[in-house]
Design a binder for this molecule. Structure first.
Ligand SMILES: [Zn+2]
Ligand SMILES: [Zn+2]
Length: 419
């Protein structure tokens, strides 16, 4: 039993594993089990979350064992599930920084031979076991694949993949049940590694847009001054800072500060996400524009956001949704700066777009800014002028108009990562 609130002892490996195993395989119909586990760590959900978090960091950074891989897979599964009964604990785990722990410790796990372990695990007699094989799927799809959103992981992945080149090409592995997933992962890994090299050779550029929503300046990150209150809002000049303070930042500043304090990813990690997202956004811009027109045709004037799903294997899926769809979600499922960002979007007069990046188990908001509102106005105009019986996705005229709009914009759309 633990009695000191300030100190959470790290469970030893065997106890930690048993605890996590019970916790994660907990039947949502039997909340009494959960109470027992809580009691074992001193009765507080915060304490349990902290212990689980420390346990994951410890097991991932040590030599990956079968047990560590199982705990990880169970944790990832647990976070991906949304049973009502576990919702509170899940939120506490997220606030505890479990996602960062899982992703950031993957770099160390990789250098300790994580990939080699996965491959030998997949071709071992254990892999015939249904439970083990589904854990392997979770590790490859839930862990390795999503880990590719991390700068540190991608750097290490380059080395680790070359180390297992021979093992991953073996016939035995290619015939194993999880090889198909491995292939999706390896394809994404190669493209992220390539992107990272491009980004490096360009000097890791990061862009910002002036947070005075009436100003259209977009520039390199170091060209801006920050608000000293939240250290987040960025302005191209003192004048812009004063205007935005009066326009709404006065109210938003403390909220933005708490958003920033709740961040657990280092700057370079966020800049890397922003960098590969820029590539993906440019690739999918035509589709987003056409889907936006389709949605606007049915719901003129309604606010819209694009959702990029990074939690599934294969080609990146992007869909456009009404803001209303997300407003209907329980508040804890949305990023905390949700309302503030929509307020800013309205103030931007059409220069800001809302993008949600879905990683299991949460969303990140990435806003896109343009120097003018021409693109946004163009899409609204096309939607408004369409005869009601026209299907935008089958109209050559709509396609041509979108192409013209994109051409006229050139590269004039930068991302500003917020969360
Ligand atoms: Zn400005
Ligand atoms: Zn501020």
């Amino acid at each position: 039993m633990l009695h000191d609130d300030a100190v959470v002892s790290v469970p030893d490996a065997a106890y930690g594993y048993t605890m996590i195993f019970h916790l994660l395989s907990l039947d949502s119909q039997e909340p009494s089990n959960f109470a027992d586990i809580l009691d074992a760590v001193g009765g507080s959900q915060n304490r349990l979350a902290s212990a689980l978090n420390q346990y994951i960091v410890r097991t991932c950074t040590a030599l990956p064992s079968e047990m560590a891989m199982k705990s990880l897979a169970h944790t990832i599964n647990f976070l991906a599930e949304t049973y009502e009964a576990r919702e509170t604990f899940r939120s506490i785990l997220l606030a505890e920084g479990i996602v960062s722990s899982i992703v950031l410790t993957l770099g160390s796990a990789l250098s300790a031979g994580f990939l080699r372990h996965i491959i030998s695990f997949s071709v071992s007699p254990w892999a015939a076991d249904k439970e083990i094989s589904s854990l392997l799927d979770v590790l490859i799809l839930g862990h390795l694949l999503q880990g590719l959103a991390s700068y540190k992981v991608v750097i290490q992945m380059k080395i680790s993949l070359s180390e297992v080149e021979e093992a991953s090409a073996s016939l035995q592995f290619q015939q194993s049940a999880c090889f198909e997933y491995w292939r999706s992962f390896a394809a994404l890994a190669s493209s992220r590694i390539e992107m990272l090299c491009l980004w490096h050779s360009a000097g890791c550029p990061a862009f910002l847009a002036c947070d005075n929503m009436k100003c259209g300046v977009i520039n390199q990150r170091n060209e801006f001054r920050r608000c000293s209150g939240c250290r987040h809002a960025a302005y191209c000049s003192r004048e812009c800072q004063i205007i935005d303070w009066q326009d709404g930042h006065r109210v938003e500043c403390s909220e933005m500060r708490s958003v920033l304090q709740s961040r657990t990813l280092p700057w370079r990690e966020r800049a890397f996400i922003s960098a590969f997202f820029r590539f993906d956004y440019a690739d999918l811009r035509f589709k987003i524009a056409r889907d936006t027109i389709t949605l606007l045709q049915k719901h003129p004037g309604k606010p819209i956001c694009a959702v990029f799903n990074y939690s599934e294997p294969g080609a990146l899926v992007c869909a456009v949704h009404l803001k209303d769809d997300f407003d209907a979600l329980p508040a804890q499922r949305r990023p905390i700066e949700w309302a503030t960002q929509w307020g800013r979007l309205v103030r931007s007069g059409g220069r800001m777009e809302m993008n949600l990046l879905a990683f299991t188990p949460s969303f990140m908001i990435f806003t896109t800014r343009s120097t003018t509102s021409k693109f946004h106005e163009g899409l609204r105009r096309i939607a408004r002028d369409l005869p009601p019986d026209t299907n935008p996705s089958q109209s050559e005229k709509v396609n041509t108009c979108i192409r013209h709009l994109i051409q006229a914009m050139g590269d004039d759309a930068e991302l500003k990562e917020i969360y």
